[in-house]
Design a protein around this ligand. Structure first.
Ligand code: AKB
Length: 320
C-alpha cells in the first residue's frame, strides 16, 4: 500500500491544532502537511501558508506533496459568521468547493468535511435529535454546513469521491482556544477557573447543549476516516454525541475542585443561536455503522481539563 499524505486546512484552529498532532503520530511527521493563513509559533512539522479560497494554491500543494487525503477544517463559525453573513457563506462554500474540485481532479482519495449541530434549527426534536430531521438552520454557518453535507453526498454519488463527515457538537479541549462559536463558553470558563477569576457567561444558566471532549472528537474523526468504505451508510454527515450539559451544571462540576469559582450570566445574541440547536443528539447510526463510542462524560472531561490547564498555566503563566 502506498503511503498516505495528509493535507489539513485550518490547521491553526481549535480542532486543527490537535488533529494535526494526532495525524502526525499516525502517518509520520513528514506525511502531514498543515496549512492555514497563519502558522502557530509552537508548530512542529511541515507547514504551508494557504488561503483555501485560492483554488490554484491548494492544487499546487496537493501536487507538490502528492496529497492523498484532505481534512478541510477551515471555516467561519456560528457566532462570528453572523457579523458578515454573505462573506461567511462565500468563504465557507468556496473553500469547500475548492477542496472538492481539487480532490476530484487530482486523485485525492478521501476528504473529511466537519459539519456541526448548527445544521439543525427551529422545529426539530431538541432532545435526542435524530439523524435526519428537516434541516432549517438559523445561522449562515449552519446553512453552509447543511449545504456542504449535501455537496459531500453529491460528490460521492456523482464522482465517487470518498467524502466523510461528522456533525460536531461543541468541542472542549485544553490544547487550543475556540474562536467565534456559540459553544466557546465551555472552554473559556475553564481558563478563568484555573486562574481564580470569575466568568461571565454569554448563555443563560439552563441552556443545554451537546458537547464533546477534544480527545473523543479527534478519535471519532480518525475512526470515521479509517472505516472501510462499505460500512458508511451516511454520506451527508453523521450525528455524534459526547455529553450534554448546561452552563450551571458545568459551573457546579468545576466548583467541586474550585469551590470559590463564581459565574454570572449575561446572555447576548448567541442565546438565540443556542436556543435553536439540539439539547442532545441521537448518534445511534454512528454507533451501528462504525462502533462509535464516546469515553468522556461531564465529570471525566472536567477533571481532565482542570488537570491539563493547571499544568499549562503553572509552566507558562498567561491569561486570556
Ligand atoms: C460553534 O459553536 O459554532 C461550533 C459548532 C457547534 O459548530 N462550536
Amino acid at each position: 500500500m502506498n503511503q498516505d499524505v495528509i493535507l489539513i486546512t485550518g490547521a491553526s484552529g481549535q480542532l486543527g491544532i490537535v488533529l494535526t498532532e494526532k495525524l502526525q503520530e499516525k502517518y509520520g511527521i513528514a506525511n502531514v502537511i498543515a496549512t492555514d493563513l497563519r502558522c502557530n509559533t509552537e508548530f512542529k512539522g511541515q507547514f504551508e501558508i494557504l488561503d483555501v479560497t485560492d483554488f490554484d494554491a491548494i492544487k499546487t500543494i496537493v501536487l507538490k506533496y502528492q496529497v492523498t487525503q484532505i481534512y478541510h477544517m477551515a471555516a467561519i463559525l456560528s457566532a462570528k459568521g453572523e457579523g458578515s453573513p454573505l462573506s461567511t457563506w462565500d468563504i465557507n462554500m468556496s473553500t469547500f468547493f475548492n477542496v472538492l474540485e481539487v480532490s476530484r481532479l487530482n486523485q485525492v482519495n478521501k476528504v473529511f468535511f466537519p459539519s456541526s449541530i448548527a445544521v439543525f434549527g427551529d422545529n426539530i426534536q431538541r432532545e435526542n435529535t435524530p439523524q435526519s430531521p428537516n434541516l432549517t438552520p438559523t445561522t449562515v454557518y449552519g446553512i453552509s454546513k447543511a449545504a456542504g453535507e449535501n455537496w459531500a453526498n453529491y460528490y460521492y454519488k456523482k464522482y465517487g469521491l470518498d467524502v466523510r463527515s461528522l456533525r460536531y457538537p461543541g468541542v472542549i479541549g485544553y490544547q487550543s482556544l475556540p474562536g467565534g462559536g456559540t459553544t466557546d463558553y465551555a472552554v473559556d470558563i475553564f481558563h478563568k477557573a484555573v486562574n481564580n477569576e470569575a466568568y461571565e457567561c454569554f448563555l443563560n444558566a439552563t441552556t443545554m447543549l451537546p458537547m464533546i471532549y477534544m480527545e473523543d472528537a479527534i478519535r471519532a474523526t480518525i475512526e470515521l476516516m479509517d472505516v472501510p468504505k462499505e460500512k458508511i451508510t451516511i454520506r451527508t454527515s453523521y450525528n455524534i454525541a459526547g455529553m450534554s450539559f448546561n452552563p450551571k451544571q458545568l459551573a457546579l462540576s468545576i466548583e467541586k475542585s474550585y469551590p470559590n469559582f463564581q459565574m454570572t450570566y449575561q446572555p447576548d445574541f448567541r442565546q438565540d443561536i443556542a436556543n435553536s440547536w439540539p439539547m442532545s443528539i441521537d448518534d445511534s447510526q454512528a454507533k451501528n455503522d462504525w462502533n462509535w463510542q464516546p469515553k468522556y462524560n461531564l465529570e471525566l472531561m472536567t477533571a481532565d481539563m482542570l488537570k491539563n490547564l493547571e499544568n499549562k498555566y503553572n509552566s507558562n503563566p498567561i491569561t486570556i
